[in-house]
Write a new protein. Structure first.
Length: 54
């Protein structure tokens, strides 16, 4: 299995465990997502709290 290391899409800072983030993405068409981390990584833009408040 590949280890997913999420990064902020604005500042490229690595997201740490339990850090508050914001995800910009389209509502999925399919039902029953089980791999939410992978879905967010490939279908969404992760934004850290610092970049969101800029």
């Amino acid at each position: 299995m590949f280890k997913i290391t999420p990064q902020c899409s604005v500042c490229k800072k690595e997201i740490q465990a339990n850090e508050e983030i914001f995800v910009k993405m389209r509502y999925p068409e399919t039902k029953g997502m089980t791999e939410i981390k992978a879905f967010i990584k490939y279908q969404g833009k992760i934004i850290c709290e610092v970049c969101l408040n800029k």
